[in-house]
Design a protein around this ligand. Sequence first.
Ligand code: MG
Length: 398
Amino acid sequence: MPKITNIRTILTAPEGINLIIVKVETDQKDLHGLGCATFAYRELAVKSVVEDYLKPLLVGKDVHKIEDLWHLMHHNAYWRNGPIINNAISGVDMALWDIKGKIAGLPVYELLGGKSREGVPFYRHVNADTLDGLVKKIESLRKEHVNHIRIQWGLYGGIAGDLNKPSGSEPGEYIDPVQYISDTLKMFDHVRAHFKDEIELIHDVHERLSPSNAMYLAKALEKYRLFYLEDPLPLEQYGWIEKLREQSTTPIAVGELMNNPAEWENLIKNRLIDFIRVHISQIGGFTPARKLAVLSEQFGVRTAWHGPGDVSPIGHAANVHLSLHSNNFGILEWWDFKDIMYKVFPGMPKVEKGYIYANDKPGFGIDIDEELAKQYPIKTRTTQWTKTRMPDGTLITP
Ligand code: MG
């Protein structure tokens, strides 16, 4: 049986976003696997967990024992389910699935039981500072056969007008909830009137509303027939989702902040959400995501895996393989990668006429050009966009 001989991280930022790739090497010539461990805002901590703790734990182990090795990594530090450790585990876990596929000579979706669909429908994010600008961007995506679109007027939280902030207020991204709600309703009115029922619409509250405001917005949005409303409440306030559900028929998607199965258990088994959209590396990789997909299927909850630019192309490939397979797939988020990403990561899934296609190569079918990746070094810095504040300066969830 092939054994693990080395585990290392490759840090690269071809688009300016810090990506963390894990490479698992084996004692068999040319047999290696790649996984995504991208926690773009704490990359050095993840690198340390992979190289200083997981590598010594796993060198010499049989590459085939993914399930056992996942539990070994998960329990080895005693304390578990945090984002740094989960991302580190994910890097190794995905790499082991990649290796298993290569040994079997099969794409990973075949290891799961095969495809439920040939291509994966996806949504694209659109934001603009004016409603006409928004409509133009949607029209351009429609020409590319993109039918599911997430619309935002301004960025998350909308465009705050002239706020009467207290003197000495800290800099940050300010949100005026009253204006945000009013503008969001105007936006949906405008976009629905323009496109009628031709397109599916998504909107991301990005956890920036109070529970009562989130309920008000979800109710008021009913008439615009959303595909889903994303993260209407912060992770810490999921206890309110049952009440929100009683108030509104707007479909709800949550999950990109989740780390721990305890955070999704009640929402799924009580059918309080329509879509689960975890960030797969954030929950510990492909192994727990596969289990979450199966659990969700039993309760009629569909998948919509988180897929922004701070998921690496390896992570996106894992999202695509799982989405090709799951019967309860709903939609996939897809990032409009720049051309350089297709060069640094040969074998990336391809987009054609509204669908994402994986190639049929064994494993996840994607590689990394390490020499090219070196030309795009990461930058370690403090995160700015997460400094979100109310008009009086109070920090809120970003
Ligand atoms: Mg989101």
